[in-house]
Design a protein around this ligand. Structure first.
Ligand code: GTP
Ligand code: MG
Length: 496
């Protein structure tokens, strides 16, 4: 069922601190709703001109105050009207009764040209907790209520300023830890994903319209050509599946590319982790079998978030503890996005280290020929060639010395290029909720295709096609329920 949010009752006015808690140059109190400017007018001085009359998109320097007694709505009601009439003009002049809170800049955005689509007043205060607490409590006293998490963005959505995927992108931008995550979120905020989803949905709608016209007006309208119907549904399914396929890439930007550092004992895996991190995180010793447990650390390479995992050296062992570590290493390799297979270049070809161990079917690998400092210069190319021959087509090999910080940047470039491969500039789905909706749209389209193949009953198709459109509508929010919206916006921070 589609809900039309445009016909919501008029809302109350909400306020929250929009900047992080702590000390900062500036801290912002955001107020949004029908009384936002009235609240600002009560609390902002000079009051030569009431803030109610400030034009939109203007900034004003002045004081944020807790107004004198007669400014307070509760107390004002209690003062006898006669007294109020007599005393009020006098008191109004006596601004000393106002309790100053901070020197601020008030920015005014009038509906509908604001983030939320409502009247918005933003007080840019000095960014201390003491100032912001005092300012917020005064704002709450004078006509606003505390905003819930994500409520500003929820209002922006309800007022048609953003669709749901864009609103979620706002949260992704706030939480973006790396440049890559920022880019993916920004593209989604620009509406790239929504546009793509809408194109698919419109294509399906075209088929539904043709079918329903033929059902409603059998005398005037011919049934649509089955080949056309089939090719339209196939096209929609293909586009849906392409978006689905981008999810793996999107997950990497949100959660990080899981890169496992694997290899035999003592080849320099822990040293490599430390070199990538630029600090000594893992214990390094010449004793084989030093690392027992996996060690996970986050880092960033060319804007891509990476989770690097050091593992126990792979060897058969009688030591119970080490054996568990080796098992864990194997599991980690299986589930990683990329394995850095570390070899000791100085022992290449010796009995102790014959070639590249075949450890994994599915995880792509980069071979790192470590301890290259121990190999005479003339042999580097030969080693690389031998390695490449063993790896076959598309193999990747990097010479490095983790201990002497050689080849680390080239390794980083290789990791980044593997992460960025097949990403291109295409739209990327990074949100698991979007993936689920795309999956059910794809399932419905597949079901529709099966119907086209097996029956003449073209009208049955509309059921599946409508289901596909509903699933797609969950992404942009057109078919989202109140529950879903509450769930999504509750993940936001207060003040956004
Ligand atoms: N010459 C040289 N020595 C290195 C290099 N990398 C590591 N080493 C040395 O090799 C030894 C083993 O290094 P680790 O980093 O502990 O090796 P590991 O693969 O983590 O070993 P395990 O945890 O036991 O599996 C240490 O003595 C390091 O100093 C390198 O690039 N060049
Ligand atoms: Mg180690």
């Amino acid at each position: 069922m589609t809900i039309d949010y445009r016909f919501q009752e008029s809302q109350d006015t909400i306020a929250a601190i929009a900047t992080p808690i702590g000390s900062a140059g500036i801290g912002v109190i955001r107020v949004s709703g029908p009384s936002a400017l009235a609240v600002a007018a009560k609390m902002f001085r000079p009051a030569k001109k009431s803030a109610i009359d400030y034009p939109t998109h203007t900034a004003h320097h002045g004081s944020l105050v807790r107004p004198s007694i007669l400014g307070h709505p509760e107390l004002r009601r209690r003062v006898h009207p006669e007294l109020r009439r007599r005393v009020h003009p006098e008191l109004r002049r006596r601004t000393s009764d106002d309790e100053p809170i901070d020197d601020v800049v008030l920015t005014v955005f009038r509906a509908p040209h604001s983030y939320t689509g409502e009247d918005v007043a933003e007080f840019s205060c000095h960014g201390s907790m003491a100032v912001l607490k005092a300012a917020l409590s005064a704002v709450l006293e004078f006509g606003a209520r505390l905003a819930e998490p994500g409520e500003f963005t929820k209002r922006a959505f309800l007022n048609g300023k953003l669709d749901l995927a864009q609103a979620e992108a706002v949260n992704d931008l706030i939480r973006a830890r790396t440049d890559g995550a920022r880019r993916v979120a920004l593209r989604q905020l620009d509406g790239d994903l929504s546009k793509r989803v809408k194109q698919i949905s419109d294509r399906i709608l075209g088929v539904i319209a043709a079918i329903e016209a033929a059902i409603d007006f059998p005398e005037d309208v011919h049934e649509p050509d089955p080949d056309w119907v089939k090719s339209e549904i196939e096209g929609a399914r293909e586009s849906t599946d392409n978006l689905l396929a981008s999810f793996g890439k999107g997950r990497i930007f949100r959660e990080g590319l899981r890169v496992v550092i694997a290899g035999k004992v003592n080849v320099g895996k822990s040293s490599l982790l430390n070199a990538l991190l630029r600090h000594a995180r893992a214990i390094v010793t010449p004793i084989p079998g030093t690392t027992r447990d996996t060690i996970e650390e986050s880092l960033e390479i060319e804007g891509i978030p990476i989770v690097a995992i050091d593992t126990a050296g792979l060897r058969a062992t009688d030591d119970e503890l080490e054996r568990i570590g080796v098992e864990l290493a194997h599991k980690t390799i299986e589930t990683a996005d990329l394995a850095l297979m570390v070899l000791d270049a100085s022992t290449w070809g010796e009995e102790t280290d014959m070639g590249i161990p075949k450890l994994t079917e599915n995880t792509p690998i980069i071979v790192v020929l470590n301890k290259i400092d121990l190999v005479p210069d003339g042999f580097h190319e030969k080693l690389i060639d031998e390695c490449l021959r063993e790896l076959g087509q598309g193999g990747r090999v990097v010479c490095a010395s983790a201990a002497f910080n050689i080849g680390i940047e080239q390794l980083e470039r290789e990791i980044a290029s593997m992460a960025a491969a097949n990403a291109g500039e295409s739209v990327i789905v990074s949100n698991i909720r979007h993936r689920q909706s795309l999956q059910s749209a794809s399932d419905s389209l597949n079901h529709a295709l099966a119907t086209t193949a097996s029956s003449e009953m073209i009208d049955l198709l509309s059921v599946d096609l409508t289901a596909a459109r509903n699933s797609l509508g969950l992404i942009t929010g057109e078919t989202a329920t109140e529950d879903l919206l509450d769930r999504i916006f509750s993940e936001f921070c207060i003040g956004k």
